[in-house]
Design a protein around this ligand. Structure first.
Ligand code: SAM
Ligand code: SF4
Length: 358
């Protein structure tokens, strides 16, 4: 079992299988996307499977595949089947925007995937296009249906909550959990590119006015996405979101589900599903952090919000033994920071969510 210097058991590995994505969410990447790693720098399936199995032998029994958008990586069911073949793996999950899930849910389930977290920030088709800038809401909803039909469970819906963008929809999302066994979790928007400020030139995101539920935002001209300062201003206290839900739908009671993770979770009266709140920036999450991240280009990272990472790809490609790889895991766990220091002004210079694996 891996235990870090602060006594936390590290049993969860988030594996990014690609840094590419078919969406361009305004809080995640610019319209033209980020430069992606050359193909030969991405870990092959053989390399990912070897790392995951070594990690499982060290007690990392929970694996989540993410990206970029993991479903754009060809032949993903094959990777899952090979990961699942190891007896030490107890839980395999996937974080996806679900645009390609309709056709893949069944093969993924058959290959050994247990559950999915689906990112969806609005139930309004026009607003969807403003936020994701690609794809369509109807395809995502079809993906969610397919996930249900194929028996993936539990299904969590991750909604990044943004003031002035989708805060008018909290009760609509919560209402969904009454009639369907879905677990909606509101995620605090996180200023992941901490370094930009308001002084940069802006241009309008779109000329959309007046339509139902549409919002108007100005996007950093040079960066093509929300700025750090904008995201900070868009954070909504969860007490306010919870109150808005309860005002419309009645009181919620605390309710835990298996695989709850870091969410503070509640249930509406007679609901089949639950409503949760996750603040990635608050420290109580660090206290319970049990994870490492493996980037698509083979860097092992102890913390999303601190720049340090250790190269696994080179040792893998230069004949290192399993013992050598195990030693790298132990080294990274030993150097996992106690928490992030964003409130104290810590700057993160390096890579963004889609490049690390959110
Ligand atoms: N493409 C997949 C998806 O969207 O589910 C997986 C990768 S994405 C980077 C993982 C998660 O990070 C998504 O739920 C997304 O909403 C979240 N995310 C990305 N940028 C974020 C930000 N600035 N603040 C909060 N969450 C963010
Ligand atoms: Fe793509 Fe996920 Fe980032 Fe949206 S949040 S752009 S779907 S990687």
């Amino acid at each position: 079992m891996l235990r870090d210097s602060f006594g936390r058991v590290i049993d969860y590995l988030r594996v990014s299988v690609t840094d590419r994505c078919n969406f361009r969410c305004i809080y995640c990447m610019p319209e033209e996307g980020y430069p992606v790693a050359p193909k030969d720098e991405l870990l092959t399936f053989e390399e990912i499977v070897r790392i995951v199995h070594i990690a499982a032998d060290l007690g990392m029994s929970k694996i989540r595949l993410t990206g970029g958008e993991p479903l754009v990586r060809r032949d993903l069911p094959n990777l899952i089947e090979r990961i699942a073949s190891h007896p030490g793996i107890e839980d395999i999950s996937l974080t996806t925007n679900a645009h390609l899930l309709q056709q893949l849910a069944r093969p993924l389930r058959d290959a050994g995937l247990h559950r999915v977290n689906i990112s969806l920030d609005t139930l309004d088709p026009d607003k969807f296009l403003q936020i994701a800038r690609r794809g369509s809401l109807s395809k995502v909803l079809e993906g969610i249906e397919a996930a249900k039909e194929s028996g993936l469970s539990p299904i969590k819906i991750n909604c990044v909550l943004m003031k002035g963008v989708n805060d008018d929809e909290v009760a609509d999302f919560a209402r969904w959990t009454v009639r369907e066994e879905l677990h909606v979790r509101f995620i605090e928007v996180m200023p992941i590119r901490w370094n930009l400020d308001e002084t940069e030139p802006f241009e309008s995101l779109s000329a959309l006015h007046g339509g139902r539920g549409l919002f108007q935002l100005r996007i950093q001209k040079d960066e093509g996405m929300l700025s750090d300062a904008q995201m900070r201003r868009m954070v909504i206290p969860f007490t306010a979101a919870k109150e808005a839900i309860e005002k419309e739908l009645g009181p919620m009671t605390p309710h835990q589900i298996p695989t709850n993770g870091p969410a503070h979770t509640y249930k509406l009266n007679h609901a089949l599903g639950t409503v949760g709140f996750i603040s990635q920036v608050s420290w109580d999450l660090c206290e319970r952090c049990n994870r490492l991240r493996l980037t698509a280009d083979g860097q092992l990272r102890p913390c999303l919000m601190a720049d340090g990472e250790v190269d696994l790809r080179t040792p893998l490609r230069t004949g290192s033994s399993d013992e050598d790889i195990r030693a790298i895991f132990e080294h990274v766990v030993a150097h996992k920071p106690e928490r992030h220091y964003l409130a104290e002004g810590q700057k993160v210079q390096g890579r963004t969510m889609s490049q690390i694996g959110g």
